[in-house]
Design a protein around this ligand. Structure first.
Ligand code: GLP
Length: 261
């Protein structure tokens, strides 16, 4: 796993946007896996800027989001569909029919999950999956205890996750208790993965994910099994990494050898 430690959240956003833009530039029909939460918003802003400056087009891009709350309709202001429309899709030229987010308000949840997997497969799989990380180490909504081989399915949210996400709702009671999420098995099939984390509240989760044992108790630790994952963190999120200096040196060495930009 490549660990990139940058000074602040703005640099993390720039790095992520550049990686995503490069993916689209080299393959206009890229299939991108997208994430919600506060962390990727800066990267989405940068991508919107690139589009507005006519340096990037999303017209042939297909997107699949990681997850959606169960019980919220797509027009609910706290739904992930609403979040993506507001923070990215309506500002760029992506075709809305090419943007996919599980539907959390359908009667047949199992069919929706199977369908979602089938749509990813039909699209040819994910070229690049963007991830944030929960304070409990979750990716998507794969909470601690999730199978490391899981597919898109329904997961119950932990109370910690509900509390963390309560800021998007008017009260904790309104936070849904479950969600549809791509599984860790689904995520690990992405050709490349980019996990972003910023802020000191992510330092424990990042340490456990990157340097801890591979365990269902820290779902993000499954990324240790993926051969093309880049973890991009700011100094605050990197603060508890034992091998901090080594990761810094590896980046310098990679650049010196012309292996990375
Ligand atoms: C939610 C999402 C995750 C996201 C996490 C962290 O639970 N399902 O995909 O990574 O929040 O969010 P934030 O970036 O706001 O810390």
């Amino acid at each position: 796993v490549r660990i990139v430690i940058l000074s602040d959240a703005v640099s993390v956003a720039e790095f992520a946007a550049e990686e995503m833009a490069a993916a689209i530039s080299s393959k206009a029909t890229s299939v991108l896996g997208l994430a919600t939460g506060g962390t990727p918003v800066g990267a989405y802003r940068q991508l919107i800027e690139l589009y507005k400056n006519r340096r990037l087009s999303f017209s042939e891009v297909t997107t699949f989001n990681l997850d959606e709350y169960i019980g919220l309709s797509p027009d609910h202001p706290a739904s992930y569909r609403y979040f993506m429309n507001e923070n990215l899709f309506r500002h760029i030229d992506v075709q809305i029919k090419s943007t996919h987010i599980p539907l959390g308000d359908v009667s047949d949840l199992i069919a929706e999950c199977c369908n979602y997997e089938a749509r990813i497969e039909r699209a040819g799989g994910l070229d690049l999956q963007l991830l944030g990380i929960g304070t409990d180490g979750h990716i998507g909504f794969n909470e601690p205890g999730s199978s490391l081989a899981g597919r898109t399915r329904v997961k119950t949210l932990t109370e910690q996750t509900r509390r963390d996400n309560a800021r998007y709702f008017s009260s904790l009671d309104e936070v849904p208790t479950s969600a549809i999420t791509m599984g860790i098995g689904t995520i690990l099939e992405a050709k490349r993965i980019l996990l972003l984390a910023t802020g000191s509240n992510k330092a424990d989760a990042i340490r456990a994910a990157v340097e801890g044992p591979l365990t269902t108790s820290v779902p993000a630790s499954a990324l240790q099994l993926h051969s093309a994952t880049v973890v991009v963190v700011d100094e605050a999120a990197a603060a508890k990494l034992d091998r901090h200096d080594y990761y810094r040196r590896s980046e310098l060495e990679g650049r010196r050898l012309g292996l990375i930009r």
